[in-house]
Ligand binder design. Structure first.
Ligand code: DGJ
Length: 726
């Protein structure tokens, strides 16, 4: 059994594939964290607690006998609360009818469920056996149920909290996080992923210090600024060795993650929905469900942590029907035409890929409403016949006649002022009374906190999908919310806006994405600005970045892979000079880098020379050979492009019978040193045939002696190698 309770010490033990998580209920009834890390035997780990001088601390409420020795401030919490002696960051902060904001949540029983319950209205990992620990504040009749799921096939714990008001009066949640957890020790670094448009998910490592380190979003979107992910790693932890804890929130709206180094010598990590601009009113009997946090652990460094997330998301989050199946190999017209296309141009793009292996044509922005540039049309999800003579079916039929599938772009959450939808329903756009709205890309965000608006979106998108043979959808989201207000909600409920936006988003995703199981959906957000696990639950792949330059992509894909599997990243081969940075890189390099994900092409194929076309066809054959590794393999990041002239990713099959290595060098340096790569993740005892070198070598040789990489002359060059078990 993976979840057990030792009655004598009141300790819960959760044993996963290679991890143990333990906490106990102390004599006061407080759920006190004991351990998370490598799988170990079940002892009572309480002896590790710091017992420093605590006489100045507040004792637990009413406990004169403890003289401060029993203080919440020095305990390691599973869930921390405010006003009862703990001055560290709390996980829950609630206001009650008397006006006080004090909470004390103590043990009130537990259950072990055979199946992991779903969160209502929010995505989460699936799973089996789940521990629910009931905590209760008997003064306020306020409860918190802590959910824990552990997995036997990946090294993560999934946690969340359900808060319930059992009192006869309202409770106002001012903060309602998903978890708190104490890590032993205070010598850690935090790694987060910052960014912006076209430079998403850049890793940044900083030293934790006494006080609070935090990352957040206040954008009602998980955002490109800071991904909803934080790693806490030991000072000595590297890519391949040392303790690495990863925290990834399954959430797409404003969030916060914090790590506080406490005087007690521990580091408390906590977070969930951002409490900035948040309140939530719970009437009698109502509950509030928080989003799930996935907490990975590896003793094999940052790389091990990433593989734990990749396994968890592939096995338990992403659509099972899609996750390991070959992805559409597409040509997208965006960078070929932008808004300037007609039937003939699109048909010519399709003609030009005949025989290459590309199997899907995706028509991007500009096919609907009155949409000749980005200033109009959003919201009007019916075809622009002035542009596409013969209607959408003419181009769909043409694509289908070539044996290809047809895909279509939507931006369902948006509206332009210049649209039929806005003329009919200006209040559908998010806005606040007496204030002009902020524009962004000439558009507004639809108020997804309203069910009538969600119904409009679902009906209009589903009508298109029902009436036309659309087998792929690219779902874009190009701007963030500004006026955090809904014309459909009472003044005292306006603080619920950002979370209600997420609930609205998940509702329309349920009804459009899950409602059309035969359509393949790709997520997108002005590049990769909403790349989070909740989006991955609906969309097996997400457009990684509008920056498709191969050199820049080595860094963007490296950073993204800290949390997300390769198969989650859409990566396209685009034109040179690159439209974002003006750089020229070889077609081979663009292919090799784009093939480290769910690959596709996005360039004007009518400009292909015969040689280009042949090169693309052979690239696609190569991709097909490695596709199963991209979909299912273990990723080893070998060379880091942030601190070297090189980038190298190795992908190794789970049974270690095959592997693929992609090496990239930014600048060619004359008379340079030999660049040697030591493989990782192979079976040391297996022998591997390397066709590119015509050699057979043991895994142990490849991993310890390594291989010199012979880059061809020139900047931005790649070399790839295959490893096949002999
Ligand atoms: C932003 C996306 O990232 C692009 O790929 C493209 O779809 C444009 N939006 C279209 O407006």
């Amino acid at each position: 059994m993976s979840i057990s309770f030792d009655k004598s010490t009141k300790t819960f033990y959760l044993d996963g594939k290679n991890v143990t998580y333990a906490f106990f209920i102390n004599s006061r009834g407080f759920a006190e964290h004991l351990y998370y890390g490598k799988k170990i035997h079940h002892d009572f780990y309480l002896y590790t607690r710091a017992t420093g001088t605590t006489s100045v601390l507040a004792s637990a409420p009413g406990d004169a006998g403890y003289k401060g020795l029993f203080s919440y401030d020095s305990m390691s919490p599973e869930l921390s609360f405010f006003g009862t002696g703990d001055y560290k960051e709390c996980a829950v902060h609630a206001g009650y009818k008397e006006g006080d904001r004090l909470t004390e949540l103590l043990f009130d029983g537990y259950e072990i469920l055979a199946e992991k319950p779903k969160i209502s209205g929010m995505p989460s990992l699936d799973g089996g056996e789940t521990l629910v620990v009931h905590l209760y504040d008997k003064v306020k009749d306020f409860g918190a149920d802590l959910y824990y799921t552990v997995y036997d096939d990946c090294d993560v714990i999934a946690r969340r909290v359900v808060y319930t008001n059992h009192a006869q009066s309202e409770v106002k949640l001012l903060r309602a996080y998903s978890f708190a957890m104490g890590l032993a020790g205070n010598k850690y670094d935090a790694i987060s992923l910052f960014g912006g448009w076209a430079k998403e998910r850049t890793p940044e490592r900083v030293a934790l210090h006494h006080g609070v380190f935090s990352i957040d979003s206040k954008q009602a979107s998980s955002s490109a600024k800071l991904n909803p992910f934080m790693a806490i790693v030991g000072k000595e932890t590297t890519e391949t060795q040392g303790d690495a804890y990863g925290f990834s929130l399954v959430y797409s709206s404003s969030y916060i993650l914090k790590a506080e180094v406490a005087t007690s010598g521990e580091t408390v990590v906590l977070g969930g929905i951002n409490d900035f601009d948040f309140t939530w009113t719970l009437s009698e009997g109502e509950s509030f469900e928080t989003p799930e946090i996935v907490i990975a652990y590896s003793e094999d460094g940052i790389g091990g942590m990433s593989r734990a997330f990749h396994d968890a998301f592939r096995e338990h989050l992403i659509d099972k029907k899609r996750v390991k199946s070959p992805r559409p190999l597409l040509i997208n017209n965006w960078e070929a035409t932008y808004f300037n296309f007609n039937y003939e141009k699109l048909a010519a793009i399709v003609d030009a890929v005949e025989g290459t292996g590309i199997d899907t044509f995706v028509l991007d922005d500009g096919w609907f409403g009155k949409r000749d540039d980005d200033s109009s049309g959003l919201g009007d999800w019916y075809v622009n016949e002035n542009k596409l003579s013969g209607g959408i079916d003419r181009i769909i039929n043409y694509v289908n006649s070539k044996g290809m599938k047809f895909g279509l772009w939507f931006e369902p959450e948006m509206i332009n002022e210049d649209s039929d939808l806005y003329r009919a329903h200006p209040d559908y756009a998010i806005g606040a009374p007496d204030r002009p709205r902020c524009y962004s890309r000439h558009q507004y965000v639809l108020d997804l906190t309203r069910s009538d608006v969600c119904d409009y979106i679902v009906n209009s998108v589903n009508t298109m999908l029902k009436n036309h043979n659309i087998e792929y959808v690219k779902w874009d989201y190009n701007r963030n919310v500004t006026e955090f207000f809904s014309f459909g909600r009472a003044p005292e409920r306006q603080g619920e806006f950002a979370h209600r936006y997420a609930l609205g988003l998940y509702d329309i995703c349920e009804r459009i994405v899950k409602g059309n199981p035969d359509v393949f959906f790709e997520g997108c957000s002005g590049g990769g600005a909403r790349f989070d696990p909740a989006i991955l639950y609906y969309f097996p792949q997400i457009w990684t970045s509008d920056d498709s330059d191969a050199e820049e992509r080595t860094r963007i894909q490296y950073g993204t892979s800290l949390v997300y599997p390769l198969s989650a990243m859409s990566c396209h081969v685009s034109a040179v000079p690159n439209h974002q940075v003006g750089r020229n890189t070889p077609l081979k390099t663009r292919g090799d880098i784009a093939h480290l994900g769910a690959t596709g092409y996005e360039l004007d194929t009518t400009k292909f020379t015969d040689d280009d076309k042949k090169a693309v066809a052979s690239q696609i054959l190569e991709y097909k050979k490695m596709e199963n590794l991209v979909l299912e393999g273990d990723l080893y990041r070998i060379d880091n492009p942030f601190d070297s002239n090189y980038f190298a990713f190795a992908i190794v099959s789970k049974d270690k019978s095959e592997a693929h290595l992609t090496c990239y060098r930014t600048l060619c340096i004359c008379n340079a040193e030999t660049h040697r790569v030591k493989m990782q993740g192979l079976d040391p005892n297996k022998q591997y045939y390397i066709p590119e070198k015509q050699m057979i070598l043991h895994g142990s040789t490849l991993m310890n002696v390594g291989m010199p990489i012979n880059f061809p002359k020139g900047d931005y060059m790649t070399v790839t190698y295959h490893f096949e078990e002999k």
